[in-house]
Write a protein that binds this ligand. Structure first.
Ligand code: ZN
Length: 248
């Protein structure tokens, strides 16, 4: 079973009646329920208002893939927790970053850029698959439509993605790199743009397919002890065997 933790700041979900109506169990609840219907995935939720922001070490240590939704509460995530998330991604934990989490602390730290973009609310979006052979595109049609989404437009200040899987087009003429993949250390990172809090995007079955594909793609496959970026025990062992290759 792939162990997924769906983290949400859970602020709009609690305070905005429009969001409550669309997501009575929160955005995190809707995503976790959809993933739990998929074979081989066990998803749980965690929220900012829980002790230790819902992500104590024992939760992070038992997470293969962390999904992150945030918007107004990025600054409420302690730097120390953001650092722990980054560290685990570098050691192989998958990280799926949704919509306005483009400004989430762990994401901007992993990217090293501002991750800024253009935006406008209340737009029709057509999402085009531009990499149909990619595992995240498996079973996804050539394009699909979201009647109402938030327009996110270029320039999106991110490092060039290693793979671009989706492009978004909006009625206003803007375009956006809506599905981007990177490797950081041993970890896989996927950013997916759709998912504004007042839009029912996380009830869309194609979006469910994309998120479950992304979970499988981001699942760590190669995190045996000794493969971490720096493992002092392995380094010492190699030194004793005369195989010191210089760890820094
Ligand atoms: Zn939004």
């Amino acid at each position: 079973m792939i162990k997924v933790t769906v983290w949400n700041e859970n602020i709009h979900d609690k305070n905005d009646p429009d969001v409550k109506e669309i997501y009575p169990d929160g955005i995190h609840g809707a995503i976790a329920q959809a993933l739990n219907k998929m074979d081989g995935i066990k998803a749980r939720t965690a929220t900012l208002d829980q002790p230790e922001c819902g992500l104590p070490d024992e939760v992070l240590d038992n997470t293969d893939v962390l999904i992150w939704w945030g918007h107004t509460g990025h600054h409420l995530v302690p730097d120390e927790l953001a650092g722990k998330v980054v560290e685990r991604v570098l050691k192989g934990m998958g990280f799926i970053v949704l919509h306005s989490a483009h400004y989430a602390k762990p994401f901007t730290r992993l990217m090293g850029t501002s991750c800024s973009l253009r935006w406008r609310e209340g737009e029709f979006e057509r999402v085009w698959c531009v990499n149909p052979g990619h595992p995240i595109a498996e079973g996804v049609p050539p394009c699909f439509e979201l009647e109402v989404e938030e327009m996110y437009g270029e320039y999106f200040d991110i490092p060039q993605p290693e793979s671009l899987v989706f492009n978004g087009w909006f009625r206003g003429g803007e375009v956006f790199r809506s599905g981007c993949c990177w490797t950081r250390g041993l970890g896989h990172v996927f950013y997916f743009q759709p998912g504004h809090e007042t839009c029912p995007t996380y009830h869309n079955p194609i979006v469910h397919r994309i998120l479950s594909n992304a979970v499988r793609w981001a699942t760590p496959h190669n995190t045996r002890p000794g493969l971490e970026c720096y493992n002092p025990i392995a380094a010492e062992d190699m030194y004793e065997k005369g195989q010191d290759i210089g760890w820094y």
